[in-house]
Write a protein that binds this ligand. Structure first.
Ligand code: NAD
Length: 491
């Protein structure tokens, strides 16, 4: 039996239900959602369609854990449990990578990188759990003042389908490190690895109720989680539209939230950049995960002086790209679902209608199955600044090339969208690269490099419509906690 078949079988036998108190339970309404294989459009298993009653069970389980055994553990003990999960993920590496590839359609090498990153989140936050210190604050004579960081209580986590296993680790590990009890609602389009990771958390020794998971649709289970009065904080990653709904729900309950809502991230390439170094990075930054990455480098801004040479080289790189199934392990896989497929096609059709030049495109491998959501990566340019391709998030393998004539214009164009997630600046002039980099409206800026989604240790998050709050690194630990100031009068 092949690894894929084993994973399919495992997914099919997967507990169709909701996960709370460390075991599977039937959902209240017994409804299910089919899980579609993006490489052929066929359903191969199903997941529970959790509803508000299921969310309520999960939140109650989390509250009991927070008030009980889980809440009693020391930071060191919590860290040890997280580290155990990291080890278990590595022990189940092939199984998880195969499941992730099957569920999302991504190439095996990308799925493997994702599972490594998922493990890394648990390793990182396992080691960090007992290293979050308060401070002492000079105050009036006769007083001693200190602060400590406390968990919020029960935290809700709504994650997207693009990097399911990574997102599970990115969202839950820092929350657990700080002592929160968690309820996660993974995305209906891809959540099989999350179901398995929840089981591995139980196996790692987490007390019942620390980690609870309710699969289901966004409109039902997601909305129920974000509006549940028993939630003390919510973390959301997904579209700006749903992000607004989550924030409104959080506001009604007077709780905090972090929102990570995507972007239209620019990379500025000055004429003195090392073009040979730039081309593969710019290409990878948009084709990684078929462009379905919040921090994808979706715009490349090129100084006019090198436009012809740069365009030629990038065009060659794009025309060599091939799309295929996970097993083919090519440059990129299919899009996640039919909606995404139609959406990307709509953008490309509009570009054609509007006369935006198609500079180059890759191709879909000849022998991919029929019915899959494959789309060839495309490079357009010069893209007019008022065209949707210049400022809207496509969330697919479509790169917009935009020329500029000087530093001032580059900064204006780069900062000229509603988003502000990541930016890249390429230049052989170190002073200019840093100067321009520091003018970017973005939560993360790369100088002479670019990392779409990389860096567990690096604080990450948006400005403007890209959202607010920070994940990853130590900053996530502060998001998932609140400080308390202790003022002691000693005379
Ligand atoms: P989405 O925002 O609808 O879904 C993200 C998560 O939110 C999923 O778990 C979903 O079930 C949940 N959700 C949906 N409606 C909800 C509601 N009313 N209340 C609470 N939770 C809800 O994203 P999508 O439809 O899967 O993708 C649409 C677009 O969103 C993409 O094309 C892309 O532009 C963007 N997106 C961004 C990211 C990112 O990483 N920032 C990830 C996925 C999608």
């Amino acid at each position: 039996m092949t690894q894929t078949n084993k994973s399919t079988e495992r997914a099919t036998e997967a507990k169709i239900g909701i996960f709370f108190d460390n075991s599977w339970h039937p959902s209240y309404n017994n409804r299910t959602i089919p899980v579609i294989n993006p490489t052929n459009g066929n359903a191969f298993t199903e997941i529970a369609a959790g509803n508000a009653a299921d969310i309520d069970c999960a939140v109650r389980a989390a509250r009991a854990a927070f008030d009980g055994a889980w809440g009693q553990l020391s930071a060191t003990e919590r860290g040890r449990l997280l580290s155990n999960v990291g080890l278990l993920i590595l022990e189940h590496f092939d199984e998880l990578a195969t499941l992730e590839a099957l569920d999302t359609g991504k190439p095996m090498k990308q799925a493997k990188a994702d599972i490594t990153a998922a493990a890394r989140y648990f390793e990182y936050y396992g080691a960090a759990a007992d290293k979050v210190h308060g401070e002492t604050i000079p105050f009036m004579n006769g007083f001693f003042v200190t602060t400590e960081h406390l968990p919020h209580g029960v935290t809700g986590h709504i994650i997207p389908w693009n990097y399911p296993a990574q997102m599970f680790g990115r969202s839950l590990a820092p929350a657990l490190a700080m002592g929160n009890a968690t309820v996660i609602k993974p995305a209906e389009d891809a959540c099989l690895s999350s179901l398995r990771l929840a089981e591995l958390c139980a196996e790692a020794g987490f007390p019942p109720g620390a980690i609870n998971l309710v699969p289901g649709s966004g409109e039902v289970a997601g909305a129920a989680l974000s509006s549940h009065p028993g939630i003390d904080f919510i973390s959301f990653t997904g579209s700006p539209e749903v992000g607004s709904l989550v924030q409104i729900a959080a506001a009604r309950n007077h709780i905090g939230c972090t929102l990570e809502l995507g972007g239209k991230s620019p990379q500025i390439v000055f004429a003195d950049a090392d073009i040979e170094e730039v081309i593969p990075v710019v290409t990878a930054a948009i084709v990684q995960n078929a462009g379905q990455t919040c921090s994808a480098g979706a715009r490349v801004l090129v100084e006019n002086k090198i436009l012809t040479e740069f365009t030629k080289k990038l065009s060659t790189a794009f025309s060599e790209l091939v799309v295929g199934t996970p097993e083919m392990d090519l440059n990129l896989g299919p899009l996640i679902n039919q909606t995404q497929h139609r959406r990307i096609k709509r953008y490309c059709d509009q570009a054609e209608t509007d006369g935006v030049p198609l500079i180059a495109s890759g191709r879909v491998a000849d022998d991919v199955p029929a019915g899959g959501y494959f789309v060839a990566p495309r490079l357009y340019g010069p893209v007019p600044l008022d065209h949707p391709l210049a400022h809207e998030e496509v969330f697919g393998p479509v790169l917009s090339l935009i020329p500029f004539s000087d530093e001032e214009e580059a900064v204006k164009i780069a900062n000229g969208t509603d988003y502000g997630l990541v930016a890249g600046v390429w230049s052989g002039d170190g002073s200019r690269a840093i100067r321009v980099g520091r003018r970017m409206v973005a939560g993360q800026v790369f100088i002479n490099g670019y990392g779409a989604g990389g860096g567990i240790e690096l604080p990450f998050g948006g400005m403007r419509k890209s959202g607010h709050g920070r994940e990853k690194g130590f900053e996530a630990l502060y998001e998932f906690s609140a400080s308390r100031t202790l003022v002691i009068k000693h005379g």
